[in-house]
Design a protein around this ligand. Structure first.
Ligand code: KG4
Ligand code: ZN
Length: 344
């Protein structure tokens, strides 16, 4: 089955072709970073308009690159949520119209499920069940994954997502959008333990996160130490606090569930400091950590094509009422049964 994936939930227009037997055939991406940089963050209306401008030309480029004719497509998968509603509507309108015109099925993909499944695009796939840490700009989730759609949310952020905390803190430090990678670069020059910030919600039991208090702590640090020379140390203290908190909760979740594989996905999974800490813990505790390929950590069309292909092959089709959803809890997704009746 050959599936076109369309991702337009935020500030990247991503399209890809995934074939159930041949794997990922082509993947194109347009980043809106320069467009939003001027404003210090994503401007939703500009995002929608840019997706509208880019999606069809990118589709032409994708098909040309792969040497595929549009008539060869067997299905279309598009990100239906969660995300910016105007941006989602572009992908869903184009995806559904194309499917209608070609007489092929369309499927609505959950953006976080696609992140969660993205490490399965690797030649050596992690096996179910596994623990997933999803850390993106909009979500921080710890999920037990027993199969496709069989997700148990073990913990989530009660306020800011990890990526959102990076972005907001970066702004406080005067760094340009997108803040996460900029803050991580600045933190490389900082000294660890020059300043120490709390590890929120780690003292009490449970697997939920709270990151919004950290930015207040950073604001206080900046006010107390406004000189330029302290910025890298403050960035380092923030990154240490987030990474350590994520690590503590992952270890706790692995111990509670008895799982031995941790899959980490979403934009913050690109963070090198997080990766180094998890690698050290995996070595010490004897668990395995898996990531998507580097270009698949942040938003992309490949993960949408892949998740959509699995659901299309299981017979799922988009209903008439499911265009796009700005909010869409992961736990609402239906589990997908294999032909033998078990989980896929
Ligand atoms: O998954 P993603 O591309 O988009 C969403 O679905 O939100 O994640 C984007 C988030 C942003 O908050 C960005 O600042 C963060 O991931 N991010 C990072 C790094 N690269 C991206 N945060 C920390 N360190 C990084 N290297
Ligand atoms: Zn994402």
């Amino acid at each position: 089955m050959l599936v076109l994936g369309i991702e337009t939930s935020c500030d990247e227009t991503g399209l890809a072709l995934y074939h159930s037997e041949r794997g990922l055939l082509a993947d194109v991406l347009h980043s809106q970073v320069p467009l939003h940089a001027l404003y210090g963050g994503v401007v939703p209306e500009l995002a929608s308009r840019d997706h509208l401008r880019r999606t069809v030309p990118l589709l032409r480029e994708l098909l040309r690159e792969a040497g595929i004719d549009i008539a060869e497509l067997d299905g279309i998968a598009y990100t239906a949520g969660p995300g910016l509603i105007g941006a989602l509507l572009v992908g869903s309108s184009i995806g559904r119209s194309l499917a209608f015109a070609q007489g092929i099925p369309a499927v609505a993909v959950h953006h976080m499920e696609a992140h969660l499944l993205s490490p399965l695009l690797d030649a050596t796939q992690p096996r179910f069940p596994f623990l997933a840490l999803l850390v993106s700009g909009g979500h921080t989730l710890l999920v037990r994954v027993d199969g496709l759609g069989a997700y148990t949310i073990l913990g989530e952020s009660v306020d800011d997502a990890a990526g959102e905390a990076f972005d907001k803190t970066a702004k406080l430090l005067g760094l340009p959008y997108p803040g996460g990678p900029a803050l991580a670069r600045l933190a490389q020059d900082g000294r660890s333990a020059r300043f120490t910030l709390p590890r929120p919600m780690t003292a009490k039991p449970g697997l939920d996160f709270s990151f919004s208090g950290l930015k207040t702590q950073v604001r206080l640090l900046i006010e107390a130490h406004p000189q330029e020379e302290h910025r890298a140390d403050i960035a380092r203290a923030f990154e240490d606090a987030v990474v350590d908190t994520l690590l503590i909760k992952c270890r706790r979740a692995l111990a509670q569930t008895g799982l031995h594989t941790l899959v980490v996905a979403g934009g913050v999974s690109a963070n090198q400091h997080l990766r180094a800490s998890l690698a050290a813990a995996a070595n010490a505790d004897g668990f395995e950590v898996r990531y998507p390929a580097p270009q698949l950590c942040t938003d992309n069309g490949a993960m949408i094509a892949y998740a959509g292909c699995l659901r299309l092959m299981a017979g799922e089709r988009v209903g008439p009422d499911c265009g796009a959803r700005a909010r869409w809890p992961l736990a609402e997704l239906p589990a997908v049964q294999s032909r033998s009746g078990g989980l896929l």
